[in-house]
Design a protein around this ligand. Structure first.
Ligand code: FAD
Length: 524
């Protein structure tokens, strides 16, 4: 029986626990057992997140004897979680669920235009109920991962792991002097990253995304530090749930993304009531007590005019970036080179030490996305224990930003396309549109947008696709597949649209940016 991470009832869990004790004696065919050279394990994986789970499970399926170590360092607030890494515990999954919570409020508003007799203005949101439901879903995922590891015969070791030598790993438990040692022929480091806390007086008062999804009380008036995607998604969620939300931006919003699209996301958030403190840097956070409630007095400075300001918030959320978790692991001592960001330098996942590999967020050049970490892990396992030589493809990685109006893209940004192919060799087709569902409530009229960037030198092969509107992730996924197949603009044009949808707008793009014509859509 293969268990998935779906909700399991308590009785089911007890039943499965019983079965695990007796049933999991499955003999795993171990094609490499003879060449283990006296090591306890063929493969030891440090980090039980998206990458670590992927490589360990695939390697075990291919016959390797595998140990997986996972340890979560509690946050300054004491938040901690189970196996699975950032994605299911403090990343993609709870983030998307909170995004859905915020969108339900908007849908409540829409529903009045479709005849529902509800009162969206006075609707009350129960933060605790939402958090409890999200956390109980996450626990079911943690449980599912553990069951899968046992089913595949992988030894799960809940310890902090550090290297003693190229083949030896020390297992440490916090508060204990007891150090255990295991040995392995190959080692994969998949320790991911962790949010950065600002190094200013009072910086320790910040919460991070590691705390947000299990916060026991509503955050109240919130300041978000940083305008990368994690900060903006949090801003969308919190303002959508009705909290007064501000975002402090030092340089640019979504610095690494297509800047026209970044501006649209920012404008849409601002229209929804998110305040942006531009060109500002944090100076200090002071805790102030107010009738048993903690508040924070935040001092910040405008970097252009030097002006200093102060404002009070209930919560300060740091989203100023993440650093690779490579500390206290003796990596440099045994010769593992790090890049300038502190990530493990790698070529095809191999570090500077031959039998030690790095995958996921901790590996140099990684785009810090779950599917990428999973793919790296799977392909590495096939290369190590299967017949494959297939390497990770770093091109055409699709991604989505789950702000109130979502953004999805695959391929190059307009800036990247211009710098790689030169302005005269690219053609940009674009269109504003209004989703049909938004027409009745007169919502976001002509605010949604599509942009397709083509290479004129190659029969208008599509280099980049950008979409700003509902269900961006779902829509871009399919177009990313077509781009992998080398789709051209004329092939896109000859694809019949599905009417009436948002995605059909990709099939009738006839206005180029170069023409200067109005790209707004009217009518059906
Ligand atoms: P992780 O998942 O971070 O796992 C590493 C594990 O190793 C952790 O459990 C860690 O505690 C453990 N560890 C660290 N050091 C040690 C040690 N010495 N010994 C033992 N264990 C150790 N990606 C998407 O694709 N889509 C999204 O929508 C998305 N949203 C996100 C939202 C947020 C708020 C965040 C923070 C991330 C989001 N991501 C998203 C990114 C995604 O979560 C990561 O890219 C992915 O989890 C990386 O997997 P990983 O295996 O490299 O590391």
């Amino acid at each position: 029986m293969l268990l998935t991470g779906k909700h399991l009832t308590l009785t089911k869990k007890t039943e499965i626990k019983k079965q695990l004790g007796t049933e999991i004696t499955k003999k795993i065919f171990r094609k490499i057992s003879e060449k283990k050279g006296g090591y306890q394990y063929d493969l030891a994986v440090i980090g039980g997140g998206s990458g670590g789970l992927s490589v360990s499970q695939k390697a075990a399926e291919l016959g390797a004897k595998v140990a997986l170590m996972d340890y979560v360092e509690p946050t300054l607030r004491g938040s901690k979680w189970g196996i699975g890494g950032a994605c299911p515990n403090v990343g993609c999954i709870p983030k998307k669920l909170l995004h859905a919570a915020a969108q339900s409020r908007e849908n409540l508003h829409f529903s009045t235009f479709y005849g529902w007799d509800v009162d969206p203005i006075n609707a009350k949101h129960n933060w605790n109920l939402m958090i409890n439901n999200v956390q109980s879903y996450i626990r079911s995922l943690n449980w599912g991962y553990k069951v899968k590891l046992r089913q595949k015969g992988i030894d799960y070791l809940n310890f902090f792991a550090r290297l003693k030598s190229e083949h030896e790993i020390e297992l440490v438990r916090k508060g204990s002097d007891d150090v255990k040692l295991i040995t392995a022929e190959n080692i994969v480091i998949a320790t991911g990253g962790t949010p950065i806390i600002p190094q200013v007086p009072g910086g320790e008062h910040c919460i991070t995304s590691n705390d947000l999804f299990s916060l026991p009380t509503p955050p109240g008036k919130t300041l978000i530090l940083g305008a990368a995607y994690i900060g903006l998604e949090a801003a969308g969620v919190l303002s959508g749930l009705g909290f007064d939300t501000s975002v402090m931006v030092r340089s640019k919003v979504l610095r690494k993304f297509d800047q026209q699209m970044a501006k649209m996301i920012q404008n849409n958030l601002a229209r929804k009531g998110v305040a942006f403190l531009h060109k500002s840097v944090l100076k200090e956070i002071k805790k102030i007590q107010n009738n048993n409630n903690s508040k924070y007095l935040v001092s910040f400075q405008n970097i252009e005019n030097g002006q200093e300001k102060q404002a009070e918030f209930d919560t300060v959320l740091s989203a100023i970036g993440r650093r690779a978790q490579t500390q206290r692991m003796n990596l440099e001592k045994i010769g593992i080179a790090l890049d300038k960001e502190g990530k493990i330098a790698q070529k095809n996942c191999q570090s500077s030490v031959k039998n030690i590999y790095a995958i996921g967020d901790v590996s140099s050049g990684s785009p810090e996305l779950t599917p990428f970490a999973i793919s790296q892990g799977k392909l590495l396992a096939f290369r190590l224990y299967g017949d494959s030589t297939q390497k990770t493809d770093y091109s055409l990685i699709p991604t989505a930003v789950f702000t109130p109006l979502e953004y999805g893209s695959a391929g190059l940004s307009e800036e990247e396309a211009i710098s790689t192919y030169k302005l005269e060799n690219i053609e940009v087709y674009h269109s504003y549109f209004t989703p049909l569902e938004f027409a009745l409530p007169h919502f976001a009229e002509n605010e949604c947008y599509i942009k397709v960037i083509c290479n004129k030198l190659e029969n208008e092969k599509i280099l980049g696709i950008h979409y700003f509107g509902p269900n961006a992730g779902e829509i871009i996924q399919g177009f990313a597949a077509s781009m992998k197949c080398g789709i051209t603009k004329s092939q896109l044009d000859s694809t019949l649209g599905i009417h009436p949808t948002c995605a059909e707008n990709f099939t009738n793009l006839d206005v180029t940016k170069r023409s200067g014509k109005d790209p707004k859509k009217t009518g059906c």
